[in-house]
Design a protein around this ligand. Structure first.
Ligand code: PBG
Ligand code: ZN
Length: 335
């Protein structure tokens, strides 16, 4: 038999992959990647000093909420099956040392206390550990001699992470891209008896234009320069893998790639090179681009977010942080 005989019978294909696609039930049976509500993490913005939810201008459908509405918002998502939340705080005041980020009565600390009281261990809480929402200049670290000083910033990151652990964070996720942040935070947590609090490394956090809506939402646009001296250049894949390797050596429990959609290659490569859980963060700009097109009627929002998010999972993400979480959960629950 020559090779053609394997595939052909009387000149027609013998192997017909279309058999596998013939009916919806067959396609269901053979679906390789299944998106579940359990794969999703919902980001939450809690803002100090507001009385009612404020829609984020560049992210229609996403709100900054006051603390008093937190429980209700989380309950609504919980009822849809969403159990993991990434908490961001927007403080009333900022200063050049970011002290608001580790105040005992800071906005994130209060939010976590509330969640712990009302939901106990029914939900998983992740906190973003960074300075940028809390610094008057909007950078992710402490400025010294006009540059973001790595090691001064590490000390503050340690304090922030510890303050989140004190109020019951399950995971802290340092996103400042300072060298050594995972190692230093691990040491600080362990020293303070929080060896059970995990670290999600924002390991490969690329300097992306897709963060713009977030910076608007969280009032963290740097007022001079940009973040390119600490966030990674988007054109480097080896460097991303090196960041990941170093975070693993420093003690990260989970590895994150961010953004997600244009970086599926990095998600895939990371999945191939580590046995740790891999998380992908589909960021604000990924949300806004789809939302804008959907509002224009140019794409089917529901179908496109299921497609995009399933593809992020197919590339190798074990779970996905997404602003589309609520809508995806509604769709999955009805299908
Ligand atoms: C804080 C932080 C940012 C994001 C997550 N944590 C902003 C930034 O680095 O500029 C971006 C998230 C998003 O765009 O959804 N450092
Ligand atoms: Zn930051």
């Amino acid at each position: 038999m020559n090779q053609n005989d394997d595939f052909e019978l009387n000149g027609f294909p013998r192997v017909r992959l279309r058999r596998l696609r013939r009916t919806p039930a067959i396609r269901d049976l053979l679906q390789e990647t299944r998106l579940s509500v359990k794969d999703l993490v919902c980001p939450i913005f809690v803002q100090e000093g507001i009385d009612e939810p404020k829609e984020i201008e560049l992210m229609p459908g996403i709100f900054r909420i006051p603390l008093k509405e937190l429980t209700e918002s989380i309950q609504e998502l919980y009822d849809l099956g969403v159990k993991t939340f990434l908490i961001f705080g927007i403080p009333r005041s900022k200063n050049n040392k970011a002290t608001g980020a580790y105040r005992r009565d800071g906005i994130v600390q209060k939010a976590l206390k509330t969640l712990r009281q009302n939901f106990g261990e029914k939900i998983v809480t992740i906190t973003d550990v960074c300075l940028c929402q809390y610094t008057s200049h909007g950078h992710c670290g402490i400025i010294k001699n006009k540059v973001v000083n790595n090691d001064e910033s590490l000390k503050v990151l340690e304090k922030i992470a510890t303050s989140h652990a004190e109020v019951g964070a399950d995971f802290v996720a340092p996103s400042a891209m300072m060298d050594g942040q995972v190692k230093n935070i691990r040491a600080a947590l362990d020293k303070n008896d929080f060896n059970q609090v995990g670290i999600i490394g924002y390991s490969a956090k690329l300097a992306s234009n897709l963060y713009t809506p977030f910076r608007d939402a969280s009032h963290s646009m740097p007022d001079f320069g940009d973040r390119k001296s600490y966030q990674m250049p988007f054109y480097n894949a080896n460097e991303a893998l090196n960041e990941i390797k170093m975070d693993i050596n420093e003690g990260a429990d989970i590895i994150m790639i961010k953004p997600a959609l244009p970086y599926l290659d990095l998600i895939y490569k990371t999945r191939q090179t580590t046995l740790l859980p891999v998380c992908a963060y589909s960021v604000s700009g990924e949300y806004s681009i789809v939302k804008a097109a959907a509002l224009e009627g140019w794409v089917n929002e529901g179908e496109i977010i299921i497609e995009f998010t399933t593809c992020i999972k197919r590339a190798g993400a074990d779970f996905i942080i997404s602003y589309h979480t609520k809508k995806i959960a509604e769709i999955l629950n009805n299908s």
